[in-house]
Write a protein of this length. Structure first.
Length: 300
C-alpha cells in the first residue's frame, strides 16, 4: 500500500494566517517500526494537515491559543489539545482539561494498566494476553479490548492504575471501556508514562506498548501522524465512535508520540459532537498540525 504524507507549511506567525511556503512529501510504501505509522480502526488514508513553520522565534502560546480557538469555532463540534516537546520543554494546551468520550484511545490505558499490574505481581503478560494486546492496539480489535479490560479489573482496576500514572480527569467506565471519559492533558500524562524513565513502568513495558503503537495497521495512518515529517518516528492510537448517550455525532481522538532530530512530541487531540467521522478526522489532523508546526519553529 502506498501513501502520500503532505505537510503544508504556512509562512506566518502562530495564527496560521498567510498561506504558501513549503511542501514536504513522503511517497512510498508505508513503513513499520514506528516510522510515520498510525493506529485504531480502519478508515481511508488521510492527507497531511496544515502546520505553521518558520525560523526559530520565542514561543507565543497566546497567539497559538487564539489561532486554535478561531479554527475550532469555525468547525462543527468541540475539540481540545495538549502537546509537549520533551526535547525543548515547550508545552501547549487549549481546552486540555475538557472531558471527551475516549472511544478506542483508552486501549492504551488498558494495556498500561495490565502491564503495571503484572509488573507488580512479578510476572509478565501471558502469551494469550500478548496476542490480545497486539490485536487491541495494532488492529484496534474490540473483542480483544473486552477481554483485557476484564483481566485488568474493568473500570476500578484502570482507575487504580491511573492514580499511579498521575491522571486527573480520566474516568474509566465500569464495564464498557469505550464510554470512558478523558482529557487531552491526561492523555499526554499517560504518554509521558510511556516515554519517561521516571515512569512506574519499567523500560521493557514502556517499549513494548510504544512498539505496538508504532506498528498499527497501514490503513490507520491518520490523526496526529499528519503532523509528522517524513522519517520521523510515530507511535499512536486513534479512537472513533458514534455517540448516542453521552453527546451527539462522532467522538474522534488521536494520541501519540512524534520523535525526530531536535524534537520529541507527545500530543493528544480529542474531539466530540462531530457530524461525521470525516469531519472529526479533519479537525484533529489540522489542530495537530497547527500546534506541532508552531512548536517546531519556536524556542523556549
Amino acid at each position: 500500500m502506498r501513501r502520500h504524507l503532505i505537510v503544508l507549511a504556512l509562512a506566518a506567525g502562530a495564527t496560521g494566517a498567510g498561506v504558501t511556503a513549503h511542501l514536504f512529501t513522503a511517497d512510498g510504501p508505508q513503513r513499520r517500526s514506528g516510522t510515520v505509522v498510525n493506529a485504531t480502526e480502519s478508515i481511508p488514508s488521510r492527507r497531511g494537515a496544515a502546520v505553521v513553520e518558520e525560523a526559530a522565534r520565542p514561543f507565543d502560546a497566546a497567539a497559538l491559543r487564539q489561532a486554535v480557538r478561531a479554527y475550532v469555532r469555525k468547525r462543527p463540534g468541540k475539540a481540545g489539545v495538549m502537546a509537549t516537546d520533551l526535547r525543548t520543554g515547550l508545552s501547549f494546551g487549549e481546552n486540555e482539561k475538557g472531558r471527551f468520550v475516549t472511544a478506542s484511545i483508552v486501549k492504551v490505558d488498558i494495556l498500561a494498566t495490565l502491564v503495571l499490574q503484572r509488573q507488580r505481581d512479578g510476572r509478565r503478560l501471558s502469551g494469550g494476553e500478548r496476542e490480545l494486546a497486539g490485536r487491541m492496539i495494532r488492529e484496534s480489535d474490540n473483542s480483544a479490548a473486552d477481554a483485557l479490560y476484564s483481566d485488568a479489573g474493568y473500570g476500578p482496576g484502570v482507575r487504580k492504575a491511573n492514580k499511579t500514572f498521575g491522571l486527573k480527569q480520566t474516568k474509566p467506565f465500569p464495564t464498557s471501556w469505550g464510554s470512558s471519559l478523558t482529557s487531552p492533558a491526561d492523555q499526554v500524562r499517560l504518554l509521558a508514562n510511556l516515554a519517561s524513565d521516571r515512569s512506574p513502568l519499567k523500560a521493557t513495558g514502556r517499549q513494548y506498548i510504544l512498539g505496538l503503537m508504532g506498528s498499527v495497521l497501514d490503513e490507520q495512518a491518520w490523526g496526529v501522524s499528519a503532523a509528522a515529517r517524513p522519517g520521523e518516528r510515530v507511535a499512536l492510537k486513534n479512537g472513533w465512535a458514534p455517540i448516542h448517550n453521552q453527546g451527539n455525532g462522532w467522538a474522534i481522538n488521536s494520541v501519540g508520540r512524534i520523535s525526530g532530530p531536535g524534537h520529541d512530541f507527545l500530543i493528544a487531540v480529542c474531539s466530540g459532537d462531530n457530524p461525521t467521522m470525516e469531519t472529526g478526522v479533519s479537525t484533529v489532523e489540522h489542530v495537530a498540525g497547527m500546534v506541532v508546526g508552531t512548536m517546531r519553529g519556536a524556542r523556549p
